[in-house]
Design a protein around this ligand. Structure first.
Ligand code: 0RA
Length: 660
């Protein structure tokens, strides 16, 4: 190298580090307050990192340049995302004086700045930009295949180790991103196959004709126990998009109508795509998306959908004379009982509002969705009179049931007022009246309930025993649900009410009496069935409590390993084996193993120590990672079809191999 070249190189490196300093300020902010950028640093935030990277590849696919996205969980638990798009530009960025790739990777929100038309990064929750992922990774490498060459740059905690450099030739195009989440930032860096699979499946349905794959290269757990099974590769691909999404959501429900109603309306300003069908169940399962983001708080698109649906069906019902003899009104809810629908809109500049920033605020979207639904549904009803009649009859049935339910509900509420405190007789309440420090255990069976009552700290722990299996709400109509003693007890004990004059499903949680609602059942097949029933109830009737982090599952131990005076509680087979190995070393007296099948086998003190004492217990918080996936799973678990349920349970249940 000549002196001239050396000087040039040194000059470049100086400039390079000057740039990096400026960059660091932005990304340092992300590392200081990660939750502000990705929501939280728990399992959820961790998986958002992957979504962020994948979303960029999806954008490239939506621009028409990418057909395939491969996600791999590598052996070391890092993630690699490969796409076959055009590759992130690597050319000099005029203003920034460094490679465009480096700008994208190191400048906050730099994502779409340099190619406005084709590179529209999805806004909202995941739209924080891939630079955030970089900032929160201990190491990240991006390789770009473009124009015959392969380029690469590596970063640590968002900081480039060297400028973007060519590393070889390539006759392909695309982007390969590999990152290792920073374990000093995240509570856990263990990626869950099922969580990623649910999101990729959702993306495949929402964006047809893109092949998404997920591969797990980690070692399967030694004995293949519980969740950590050998997953190899799963492919997600959908040719019919939302139609297949609705089929997937409803696989375990009986359809009421012959065809899925499908609308793809992109004549207006806001492209609207939606699919819907009615089934014979009683729940409403409407999932809405804006730019591929699940808007769990709804918003203007959902309001437009409801308005269009209600108006169109109401008009059809009236014109057909089917509702003329009804003695009471039909309201909006009635049109959505047994309705499964997915609405997906693409909005150029989405305004997200609400607690979790998942509520669409753009007012212009309401009209677009309303028009799209009305137009398509009107045509459908005209062309399919048999289906139209089934739908109207279903709506009438829903209205009738709603009236019956209101009577039952009023009865419950009146009874509460009359019986003084209004709390169920079976409830052993806690002394403290401050909900923020109070917890309630929903306990299976009166006998375990008795032990729990003795074992608890009555200052802040309440016990509500439930009799055996609670009603399967997936299969029951609403008024039956309010007839159920156990379910009424849950409502009144929690201080939650449901239903107002104009919305029979509106939930009022402002009177919630406990910050933690803990489901405590036996560690066996029956116990997990009961847990599932209770969780289904919460998911369908008190979803807000799950979303706000109030629902927990207690984890009683599975074994007690004993030798002489030494005792160890164990929560898995591996723990048990380790305890046996450890205790067997002394050899004087023999090791005994007690398998706890039920809570009732523990005495009050043991139950307190292992399962109820906040200092020593482990609670599992119930969260919803994907509303659509949860809907699919609950309808399958609680539905009529046995084979899919058995398969699911065998794959996931911790207890299946012990008792079955
Ligand atoms: C803007 C312009 C061009 C490609 C991309 C963005 C791009 C970004 C990502 C992020 C992940 N994968 C991606 N693939 C492509 C290309 C502009 C051109 O080639 O003219």
């Amino acid at each position: 190298m000549t002196n001239e070249e050396l000087r040039k190189r040194s000059r470049e490196q100086d400039e390079y580090s000057a740039d990096s300093i400026q960059v660091l300020e932005g990304l340092e902010a992300v590392r200081k307050r990660p939750a502000m950028y990705i929501g939280d640093v728990s399992v959820r935030g961790l998986h958002h990192l992957v979504y962020e990277v994948v979303d960029n590849s999806i954008d490239e696919a939506l621009a028409g340049y990418c057909t395939r996205i491969d996600v791999t969980i590598n052996e070391d638990n890092s993630i690699t995302v490969v796409d076959n798009g055009r590759g992130i530009p690597v050319e000099m960025h005029e203003k920034e004086k460094r490679s465009a790739l480096e700008v994208v990777m190191t400048v906050l929100h730099a994502g779409g700045k340099f190619d406005k038309d084709t590179y529209k990064v999805s806004g909202g929750l995941h739209g924080v930009g891939v630079s955030c992922v970089n900032a929160l990774s201990s190491r990240m490498t991006v390789e770009v295949m473009r124009q015959g060459r392969k380029w690469s740059q590596t970063y640590e905690k968002g900081k480039p180790l060297a400028p973007v450099a060519p590393v070889g030739d390539s006759d392909e195009s695309g982007t390969i991103t590999t990152f290792m989440p920073d374990n000093t930032i995240f509570q856990t860096i263990d990626f869950k196959f099922d969580i990623l699979a649910a999101r990729l499946r959702e993306l495949a349905f929402l964006n047809k004709n893109i092949l998404l794959t997920l591969t797990d290269r980690r070692e399967p757990a030694e004995n293949g126990s519980s969740e950590e099974q050998a997953h190899l590769t799963e492919n997600f691909y959908s040719e019919r998009g939302l139609i297949e999404f609705v089929e997937y959501l409803d696989v375990n429900r009986e359809r009421l109508t012959e065809k899925i109603i499908y609308i793809n309306y992109d004549k207006g300003d806001v492209p609207v795509e939606l699919a819907l069908q009615y089934n014979t169940s009683f729940s409403e399962n409407v999932h809405s998306y804006v730019n591929n983001i699940n808007t769990i708080e709804g918003g203007t698109h959902l309001a437009g959908f409801r308005r269009g649906l209600t108006r169109t069906l109401k008009k059809y019902a009236e014109d057909s004379g089917l509702t003329s003899k009804l003695k009471f009104d039909i309201n909006g809810d009635d049109f959505r009982e047994g309705l499964t629908a997915v609405i997906s809109v693409k909005v150029a500049e989405p305004q997200f509002e609400g607690q979790t920033k998942t509520k669409l605020g753009n007012s212009e979207v309401m009209g677009s969705v309303d028009v799209a639904v009305s137009t398509a549904l009107t045509n459908y009803l005209e062309e399919n009179p048999r289906d139209a009649k089934s739908i109207v009859q279903k709506v009438i049935l829903a209205a009738t049931a709603r009236h019956a339910a209101r009577k039952a509900r009023e009865l419950v509420q009146r009874k509460n007022v009359l019986s003084g405190s209004g709390l169920p007789g079976k409830l052993a309440d806690c002394a403290d009246r401050d909900p923020s420090v109070s917890e309630i255990f929903l306990v299976e069976g009166d006998s375990a309930g008795g032990t729990a009552k003795q074992g608890r700290d009555r200052r802040f722990q309440a016990i509500l025993p439930l009799r055996g299996k609670i009603l399967n709400v997936e299969k029951a109509m609403q008024h039956k649900i309010f007839d159920s003693e156990e379910i009424k007890n849950i409502f009144t004990a929690l201080g939650v009410t449901i239903g107002t004059e104009d919305d029979s499903k509106a939930l009022n949680t402002s009177g919630l009496r406990y910050a933690k609602v803990i489901i405590m059942t036996d560690a066996d097949v029956d116990g997990s069935h009961i847990t599932t029933l209770i969780m289904t109830f919460f998911f369908r009737y008190m979803k807000e409590l799950i979303e706000n982090g109030h629902i927990y599952i207690a984890t009683p131990p599975l074994y007690l390993v004993k030798k002489g005076k030494a005792e160890k509680y164990c929560w898995s087979d591996e723990e048990r084996d380790a305890a046996i190995r450890e205790m067997a070393q002394g050899k004087e007296s023999s090791v005994t193993i007690q398998r706890y099948k039920g809570l009732g086998e523990m005495n009050a003190e043991q139950l307190w120590e292992t399962t109820m004492n906040p200092e020593t217990r482990t609670l599992r918080q119930v969260t919803i990672d994907s509303a659509a996936e949860a809907d699919h799973i609950f309808s399958m678990l609680m539905g009529d079809e046995v084979p899919p349920r058995r398969e699911f349970i065998e794959r996931h249940a911790k207890y299946a191999n012990i008792d079955a």
